[in-house]
Design a protein around this ligand. Structure first.
Ligand code: FCB
Length: 397
């Protein structure tokens, strides 16, 4: 037992956190998603509405982070609040985020601040969003205002959340706003997001040379379904493309790499085409396979970049909470093993602190360590919250 405990002790100074995003928890937003939701696109028929009302309850929510013995909290800034019209900066909203940062600091919680977590001001969406050639510059101007106001309180910035997932769903699959269905557009968006990241990196560093800038990349563990040359080659290709092509574009303007890990995929290729599948031994409420070995594998894949790594998201939809504690333990063992094998992982953030608005899936999936009653906004810890708090307190398991 003692030996086991030693084995999964994390390096000292390890960052333990939970993650959220503005649109999913704040409530009262007016952005391109709010508009789209009103057209009945959400699976359970809901709209984000007041979400978890964290805009008003942010101080209480930081207490929840503290109760988990976290030393960090990842949240995002809602661009549409800061710049409701192009070039008009809302000081009251900037002050709102400043309060969140101050509250974190008072509680010895390191804020990890995301600048773009998928939602856009309406005027930006109307200009064509990330398809517009000017979009990286427009984003840079927003970041400049944010860092002018909030920069002294923030060390860790995450410029963009999951660029490929966002661009894939919004411009290739046509599932999310603005429902584009073109590889060409997808590619253009990917490139503009990379350029936006680079410009943001420079402006953030200009204001504070010691800040740490990265972007959260959704990386997946791909394996061949059959051990044949064709399947191995296809896996190599998809791994390089999905996990590494965007990172390569931004690695010279990144102080750290960030991974969001949710998926394991077995790729089956034949002359008739390809299919991605998993064996579905244990699945979450969304049908996503639980595959803890994968997190270690994707972390080890990043060793070559020689940059510190943070897991900025990992979690599952589990309303009954029967799987979450084991999920966390198993994923953390895999992270710890990856560290032992040379991956420079400095922190882990669980998705999510509380139940929230899960994009096109609405309020149905329950990702929270805290359950939220969306009528009263009461937060109640699920049993797994205590399990995670214990791990964070002990710096390991
Ligand atoms: C990630 C998103 C996050 C949340 C989780 C479940 O892809 O970054 O906002 O929706 O999935």
């Amino acid at each position: 037992m003692a030996e086991e405990q030693m084995k999964y002790k994390f390096p000292s100074g390890f960052i333990w956190g939970t993650a959220t995003s503005a649109h999913q928890i704040e409530g009262g937003n007016e952005n391109n998603w709010t508009e789209w939701e009103q057209d009945g696109h959400i699976k359970d028929g809901s709209v984000s509405g007041r979400a978890a009302n964290s805009y008003e309850l942010h101080a209480e929510d930081i207490k929840l982070v503290k109760e988990l013995n976290n030393n960090a909290y990842r949240f995002s800034i809602e661009w549409s609040r800061i710049e409701p019209q192009r070039g008009r900066w809302d000081k009251v909203e900037l002050r709102h985020y400043q309060k969140i940062i101050e509250e974190c600091r008072r509680n010895d919680i390191e804020p990890f601040v995301t600048l773009y977590h998928w939602t856009q001001p309406l005027w930006f969406a109307e200009m064509g969003g990330w398809l517009n050639k000017q979009s990286p510059l427009i984003f840079r101007n927003y970041v400049e205002q944010v860092v002018k106001f909030l920069g002294s309180g923030v060390t860790f910035w995450c410029t963009i959340n999951e660029p490929m997932v966002y661009a894939y769903n919004s411009y290739w699959l046509g599932k999310w706003p603005p429902q584009g269905k073109s590889f060409f557009k997808f590619n253009q968006v990917i490139n503009n997001l990379a350029q936006a990241h680079r410009l943001a990196y420079f402006i953030l560093h200009e204001k504070n040379s010691r800040c740490q800038v990265g972007a959260a990349k959704n990386n997946q563990f791909f394996e061949p379904y059959l051990d044949t040359w064709l399947n191995r080659t296809a896996v190599n290709f998809i791994r390089r493309y999905w996990n590494h092509s965007w990172l390569k574009k931004i690695k010279d303007t990144s102080d750290y790499l960030a991974v969001n890990y949710y998926f394991h995929n077995l790729l089956y290729v034949s002359l008739r085409g390809y299919v991605l599948m998993n064996e579905n031994k244990i699945i979450s409420d969304l049908g996503w396979e639980v595959y803890p070995e994968g997190i270690g594998a994707v972390l080890k894949e990043l060793r070559g970049y020689q940059l510190p790594i943070y897991v900025l998201e990992n979690g599952l939809a589990d309303a009954s909470d029967e799987k979450r504690a084991d999920f966390i333990r198993a994923h953390l063992r895999s992270v710890r093993q990856a560290i032992a094998e040379g991956a420079d992982v400095r922190g882990y953030f669980h998705w999510s602190l509380m139940d929230n608005f899960e994009w096109a899936d609405g309020f149905e999936p329950k990702f929270g360590l805290y359950q939220v009653d969306f009528k009263t906004f009461k937060r109640t810890p699920r049993p797994s919250a205590a399990a995670y708090a214990e791990i964070c307190k002990n710096n390991g398991l």
